[in-house]
Design a protein around this ligand. Structure first.
Ligand code: F6R
Length: 366
């Protein structure tokens, strides 16, 4: 059932091209000019009058929400707040009928996310659930459901569920942007065209997996690893850091790259691995100067960028490339090397990859 892979996690990482395709299937209009979300039965007038969106979730799903915030705000120009479900449910969120609440949950059974959904509905907001499990509690109780078609995820560490959640965020953002008239048809077409190519680009990254195995051999014994990035790269850094912690038990922290010098830089010393994400073109120079900052403290830098950013090779110790794509879509590709890095590090350390200590796949208690 592992299809020849050593672990479910590795199998599921490799299933991502297929999962991305399935999650897009039937949701794009024939000429690639529009997103068709039959599941979202909120009328256009209502979507135009939305004043705020809340996204709430736990763990990896929360990290997908952080990408969602960035993308929805950028494309549809609606303010989005993202909150951890266990916080949202107890903080009396400011919700009214012009608010849409999006909950994200792979399993559809996470207790805190379900409670956040109930709280949102009690306060009168329509709830849209993004989930991977048909007929789960969250799917049943939400007003609208957008399924991710990742297929069953067995490994405790979430991989293909996360990337398909990102696709769901893009679909929602593009739909809202179309209804609200915040991007042009050409812009929409351009993003949709790239969205459809994510599967083959993910395939290319998976084909280079051996590069990451080599890195894991070198750095697998590290005690601390830092992840830095700006904008969408920061959201992906948080996910990369969580993956590494949960399966390899290495202490990892993710920081907005510009925030390092406000305290964390004190922890950067000779040989500490810093994974620096620099996929966002408009932030590249800024991230590059943060990379130089940590290099000046003798950190070891593993940079991750889109092909073509040769400049990094002069500064970083290692550079991993992802195929070029629209910067808003980069998280789907950028996370794959980080998933593989966490996986390979855990293997080097002899950890139980699919069943990490103290964790359960579905967290149905508070
Ligand atoms: C991490 C991981 C968890 C889950 C979280 C939410 O790899 O899998 O952080 O993302 O427990 O689970 P769901 O999405 O089922 O609500």
């Amino acid at each position: 059932e592992k299809n020849g892979f050593a672990h479910f996690m590795l199998k599921e990482i490799h299933e991502q091209p297929r999962a991305l395709r399935d999650t897009l299937k039937g949701r794009l209009a024939g000429d690639d000019s529009a997103v068709v979300l039959k599941e979202l039965e909120i009328d256009d007038q209502k979507l135009r009058s939305l004043r705020k969106i809340f996204i709430t979730a736990c763990g990896t799903a929360y990290h997908a929400g952080l990408v969602g915030k960035y993308v929805i705000e950028q494309l549809a120009r609606v303010p989005v707040e993202v909150d951890i479900a266990s916080e949202f449910r107890y903080r009396q969120p400011l919700i009214d009928e012009d608010t849409l609440v999006i909950v994200i949950s792979q399993s559809g059974e996470t207790a805190d996310t379900l409670a956040a959904l109930r709280e949102a509905r009690r306060l009168g907001a329509p709830v849209l659930a993004v989930t991977n499990v048909v007929d789960s509690s969250i799917a049943r109780e939400a007003d609208h459901v957008l399924y991710t078609w990742a297929g069953p995820e067995i490994a405790v560490a979430s991989t293909k569920a996360y990337t398909t959640q990102l696709v769901a965020m893009y679909l929602i953002a593009l739909h809202l942007a179309a209804v609200r008239g915040t991007i042009t048809l050409e812009e929409r077409r351009a993003i949709i065209k790239e969205l459809k190519q994510l599967d083959s680009r993910a395939e290319l990254i998976l084909g280079n997996g051996h590069l990451i195995k080599d890195l894991a051999r070198i750095y697998g014994r590290a005690e601390d690893v830092f992840f830095i990035g700006r904008g969408l790269d920061h959201a992906v850094a948080l996910e990369g850091s969580l993956k590494l912690k949960e399966i390899s038990y290495i202490h990892a922290e993710a920081y907005a790259a510009g925030e390092l010098k406000h305290g964390t830089l004190a922890l950067i010393e000779k040989g500490v691995p810093v994974v620096a994400l620099a996929t966002q073109k408009n932030l590249f120079e800024k991230t590059l100067s943060n990379i130089k900052e940590v290099k000046a403290r003798d950190a070891t830098v593993i940079a991750l960028a889109m092909e073509g950013q040769k400049e990094l090779e002069k500064v970083a110790d290692h550079v991993l490339y992802i195929p070029p794509t629209n910067p808003v879509l980069a998280p789907v590709l950028a996370v794959i090397p980080l998933q593989l890095l966490a996986y390979q590090m855990a293997v080097v350390r002899g950890c139980d990859v699919d069943q990490p200590r103290n964790l359960a796949k579905s967290v149905t208690v508070e």
